[in-house]
Design a binder for this molecule. Sequence first.
Ligand code: CTP
Length: 389
Amino acid sequence: MGITGSIAAYKTAVLTRLLIRSGAEVKIIMTPAAKDFVTPLSLSTLSRNPVLSDLAENDSWSNHVMLGRWADLMLIAPLSCNTLAKMANGICDNLLMAVYLSATCPVAVAPAMDEDMWHHDKTRENLKKLSETGIRILPVESGELASGLVGEGRMAEPEAILQWLMHYFATRNELSGKRVLVTAGPTQEMIDPVRYIGNHSTGKMGIAIAEEMLFRGASVTLILGPTYLSVNPAIKLVRVRSAEDMYLACDQVFPETDIAVMSAAVADYRPLEQAPQKIKKTESALNLQLTRTKDILKSLGEKKKSNQFLAGFALETENEKANALKKLAEKNADMIVLNSLGDEGAGFGHDTNKITIFDKQGGVHGFEMKPKKEVAADIVNTIIQLFHA
Ligand code: CTP
């Protein structure tokens, strides 16, 4: 557990006690500023381990590399605005940062700061950077702040952190040993060397699913169309451009796959011919002849073995349920995730999504509008439930 300089540091004494009572082994690192809020003596007594703070102590060197390898999880609570900024930028100016930068274990943070700092653009940007590298960010709570103001930014209460950790350890290995294939993003179908037919998909939903699968212990291959988004480096990433490239990559990986989730927005048509040179404009209209691309989900559905699980998506603007059920049957999928463009905040590019899942056994699973990362957890939970059924 890393403790940084925030008034919420006083809560770590209770948190340490709760962790020890739950059977955890706790080693604590404090930043120099944290010592202004809670004493190393209290924490070493409660954690039953020496509290570390400096890279060198009593003429001996603290082995930061081994600490990040020893832990099953590194929790930084409270996470101050300053340490957040250091983490987002890889600044290594104390023992906590050295352990963070050399940690091979998963990392979770429980931020604590004043409401204005919490909402600052820089804080948002830094949190986004952390979450993109797979760091779990525990939600802050609303209430009285150190400034005397009331608002968002309080560190989660120790009981809530403990509950989060219990859930984390209960679910993290559910897919261990399983091989998962995910497709995400748009495809681009070249018209000539400079133009293509594309769509508005960013890959956000599929990347969130791939990361959630990774988090549950699966070995994940992500076949990703063109996107500016970054992906957790522990995911095996195959970048593709066209529907044909995506089909070939999927075809190769699918036989060795236990669970496949096709969330890419694959073009249904491509230009029949790609012009070798840039097409020059003329006074007359231009007709492009399009031909069908391969339906990847359908082709995998045809090859699917009884021990493989296949999930597809449906994006509908009308007759949503009927169309989703039609896709479920026609593509021989085990489930279809329906997201409708009709809902404000759902679909392409948004950070939120609203889905309904239809499974092969006739089950219907409805969910509220929520952030895509939470939607990904709902999708993965449903897959695990159906896969083990
Ligand atoms: N899909 C695919 N290969 C394609 C087209 C779609 O694998 N060439 C997959 C998508 O990844 C998604 C599902 O099929 O999981 C549904 O895609 P969608 O475009 O909504 O449906 P289509 O089958 O293409 O039907 P339509 O365009 O008529 O709605």
